[in-house]
Ligand binder design. Structure first.
Ligand code: NAD
Length: 460
């Protein structure tokens, strides 16, 4: 029998296992935050917990050996309450509907936290880009976008890059959509484009740069009592793609010591510090960071457990789980990747005093500069990179302040929240303790989206 949202919110939530799918995890996080908002209408919370549209497309592509393969793609819209859907497209063999749903909902919360006028969406195609030629990837992209037709558009749903899609993919998306809608400015249909086709200066670095701004601001709140600046901090980064490699460079520029990094083939460590540019050059030349001269090669599992001040997961979801959380030695985890920490790991880290800056804040720099790109495209403008970076800093710092303030506010008002819960759900309603940063960030986002939904009025 289906459980009502009131029942769900009144009693202790069942913490999903590490094996739970990403959507189950995202809903658990949603309900955890919703518990702190007894003033929001139940039906509204129920509505916001779902994705409003799920589209699956299946299409044929002739691959290099002449055979025809059917590919499956998704585009899922979680919410358009605060503006058009916005979210990346991922190409990966393990893309699934549940994963895309979770990622779409996180986009809604992310956009609300940094206060850009977008809702949340996400897309993906099940394929292995490492085994496909550039020509086949272009054909997949064009067919996928053609099948989506007018489900995407500059004012309805705007894609962007994600895992294993890049500026080139975005150029193909723009070109395909432009062929389908000639004679008008179609640049704002997709962000993360190459700079010479309407891309924004600073977009490539935006997710990593935003993450660094958020870490700096969080440290200034003295979440680590003995360290309030990046200079001298030891940092471990999992994943050396767009986000990981650029974060390493920006952090090293600020005087942090990058002690270890990794990619899908393994990790490297040097306690005296790695040179991020030299590591990137080595990866570009050899295909991996491993065997970098002067560093020891380690496994990804070992990398996560190294002693350091700051750990930045910048690869995949579910990397910090109940199996390794007790051995994580970092004091601050900044989630550059989406969903790298499972709920069970979250609880263990919290008990051990490890501060986690949640993905919906830590990696929101990408969508923030995507928003700047969209505005520039609509206005036929190009902003200088300094201006983009300054606007990004301002957005990320304000978002960090808002999340910190929300955590403080919810903590100070706990008695009142618990009283309201009892009034609403009865005397047996679970009594809540102070929220962590993830729950505070989500509660802030949920409150903002719920408020706008009511301001607009429930249609019709
Ligand atoms: P990318 O494809 O450029 O890089 C991914 C990196 O992860 C690669 O170096 C790959 O080798 C490495 N990797 C893969 N499997 C690994 C494993 N098991 N262990 C360690 N490393 C592994 O992707 P990206 O754009 O840098 O995205 C990384 C993460 O950041 C993703 O979770 C993505 O959703 C998130 N993110 C990206 C953006 C963006 O603007 N690119 C924005 C928000 C969030």
């Amino acid at each position: 029998m289906a459980v009502s949202i009131a029942e769900t919110l009144s009693r202790p939530l069942e913490v999903p296992s590490d094996d739970a799918d990403l959507y189950t995890i995202s809903r658990y996080q949603f309900y955890t935050a919703a518990q702190y908002l007894p003033h929001v209408k139940q039906g509204l919370l129920e509505f916001l917990s779902h994705c409003v549209r799920t589209v699956t497309v299946e299409f044929p592509v002739e691959v290099e050996d002449g055979s025809v393969r059917t590919f499956v793609g998704y585009r899922i819209l979680h919410s358009r309450v605060r503006g058009p859907g916005k979210g990346g497209i991922r190409y990966h063999p393990e893309v699934s509907e549940q994963e895309v749903r979770a990622l779409a909902s996180w986009m809604t919360w992310k956009c609300a936290i940094v206060d850009v006028p977008f809702g949340g969406a996400k897309g993906g195609v099940i394929c292995n880009p490492k085994e496909l030629s550039k020509k086949v990837l272009r054909q997949i992209t064009r067919r996928y976008i053609t099948e989506l037709g007018d489900l995407i558009g500059p004012h309805t749903d705007i894609p962007a890059p994600d895992l294993y899609t890049d500026e080139q993919t975005m150029a193909w998306i723009y070109d395909t959509y432009d062929m389908m809608h000639p004679g008008r400015n179609n640049l704002p249909v997709v962000t993360g484009k190459p700079v010479d086709i309407g891309g924004s200066l600073g977009r490539r670095e935006a997710t990593a740069r935003g993450c660094v701004f958020v870490i700096e601001r969080t440290l200034a709140y003295r979440v680590l009592p003995d360290r309030d600046v990046l200079r001298g901090a030891s940092v471990v980064i999992q994943g050396y793609g767009n986000v990981g490699s650029i974060a390493a460079r920006l952090l090293a520029e600020r005087g942090a010591c990058i002690v270890a990094v990794s990619d899908s083939k393994g990790g490297i460590v040097n306690e005296r510090g790695l040179d991020p540019e030299a590591v990137l050059e080595h990866k570009q030349r050899t295909g991996s960071v491993i065997d970098f001269p002067g560093a020891r090669t380690i496994t990804n599992a070992e990398l996560l457990e190294l002693p350091c001040d700051i750990l930045i997961p910048a690869a995949f979801e579910k990397q910090i789980t109940s199996k390794n959380a007790a051995r994580i030695q970092a004091r601050l985890v900044a989630e550059a990747a989406n969903g790298p920490t499972t709920p069970r790991a979250d609880l263990i880290l919290r008990e051990r005093g490890v501060v986690v800056i949640p993905d919906i804040l830590a990696n929101a720099g990408g969508v923030t500069v995507s928003y700047f790109e969209w505005v520039q495209n609509i206005e036929n403008e190009r902003w200088p990179e300094d201006e983009v970076n300054a606007k990004l800093r301002s957005k990320m710092e304000r978002a960090t302040d808002d999340v910190m303030r929300q955590q403080k506010r919810l903590t100070e008002n706990l008695d009142q929240i618990n009283r309201s819960r009892q009034e609403r759900y009865g005397p047996d309603a679970e009594s809540l303790g102070p929220p962590d940063l993830r729950t505070a960030a989500l509660a802030l986002a949920l409150d903002r989206v719920a408020h706008v939904t009511l301001e607009r009025g429930i249609w019709p």
